[in-house]
Design a binder for this molecule. Structure first.
Ligand code: ZN
Ligand code: ZN
Length: 336
């Protein structure tokens, strides 16, 4: 069992987001904030990018706090047949609300079969992987992420091209104009379809053309869990499963998933997490022990964009002992 008494009074946070993805603080501000909150180490783990890492490392040297280069990669679970909510369940953003927060229990379904509900018919199940790069070499992961970004940028033009083939007179310029300089997505395409009189509503645009399984649908380009783990390993990184509770799986099924991830090279799980109940934390610690996986922990800090989550302490009671970082570094060294 992880020995939480052995922390030397030092606490860390291995899961934070800066302006390089969807956090409110710049990497340097975030590092200073971590220092001011008394943490001894902080990892920057922006979504699908390492763009903030250099600034964070530099701020760490100036401030005198250990900064770990990291990333949080979204991988697709489409082929794994995991995570779908029965009709009538609640959804928040792009994921089903977990049982502990009032939703119905997600169910394992046959591969490829997704249960849709009224609010989001295009849900693509995903899993988040954290990668920690202790030797400062993340060139290969950078290239992988760049390639993914380029592919994603091609998604909207591909959807528009499909619509054009179907006879709709719509252009990317019109779609872009609807996003007002922000990230362009299918809602903007649906809006153009509606304004040009092809559909009666944005929802009809999704129902008839844009949703998964409809004729103008283009899949999001995402790595599989195995590819995500391989990409992190190839960069000399240590791959860890982020917030396992977000998968919403019963313990037994989570154990199976971990087995599969471990076979692909997974080294640890984020057993300490802001949103865990004490019960979930206990189960995850036990599971890590049973599977021979390292334990990590983090708040998933996003600055003022998630005001209820503070760096280091999450909703107030999170404590991630510094000793976990040494364990993780050991796992990293064994990879070399
Ligand atoms: Zn995440
Ligand atoms: Zn995160």
């Amino acid at each position: 069992m992880t020995d939480f008494s052995d922390y030397n009074g030092k606490y860390i946070d291995l899961h934070t987001h800066s302006t390089a993805s969807d956090g409110s603080m710049t990497p340097a501000e975030l590092v200073r904030h971590a220092y001011e909150r008394g943490l001894s180490a902080v990892a920057l783990t922006d979504h699908d990018t390492v763009a903030g890492v250099e600034d964070a490392l530099e701020a760490g040297i100036k401030t005198g706090i250990e900064v770990i280069a990291g990333v949080e990669i979204s991988v697709s679970l489409s082929g794994w047949g995991i995570l779908a909510c029965e009709g009538g369940s609640k959804w928040k953003g792009d994921r089903p609300v977990r049982p502990d927060s009032g939703g119905t229990t997600p169910h394992i379904r046959a591969a490829g079969e997704l249960v849709m509900n009224g609010t989001d018919r295009t849900y693509e199940p995903e899993m988040h992987l954290l990668g920690y790069f202790f030797n400062g070499d993340y060139e290969s992961i950078l290239m992988t992420l760049e390639e993914l970004r380029r592919k994603r940028e091609q998604r909207n033009p591909r959807i528009v091209a499909k619509l054009n083939e179907m006879g709709f007179d719509i252009t990317m310029d019109e779609v872009r104009a609807k996003a007002h300089g922000g990230i362009v997505g299918r809602p903007h395409i649906a809006r153009v379809l509606m304004e040009k009189g092809y559909t009666a509503s944005v929802e009809e645009g999704f129902d008839k053309y844009l949703a998964a399984g409809r004729p103008a649908y283009v899949k999001k380009d995402k790595l599989t869990p195995e590819q995500g783990i391989a990409a992190i390993l190839q960069s000399g990184g240590v791959p860890v499963l982020a917030h396992p509770i977000h998968l919403g799986l019963p313990a037994e099924q989570l154990a199976d998933v971990l087995e599969r991830l471990k076979a692909a090279g997974l080294k640890g799980i984020e057993a300490l997490y802001s949103e865990n109940t004490p019960e979930q934390t206990r189960e995850l610690l036990e599971l890590a022990e049973k599977k021979g996986l390292k334990v990590t922990g983090g708040s998933d800090f996003h600055g003022s964009f998630k005001p209820d989550i503070e760096i280091g302490v999450g909703r107030g009671d999170l404590r991630v002992p510094g000793s976990l970082l040494n364990d993780l570094k050991d796992a990293g060294r064994r990879l070399i």
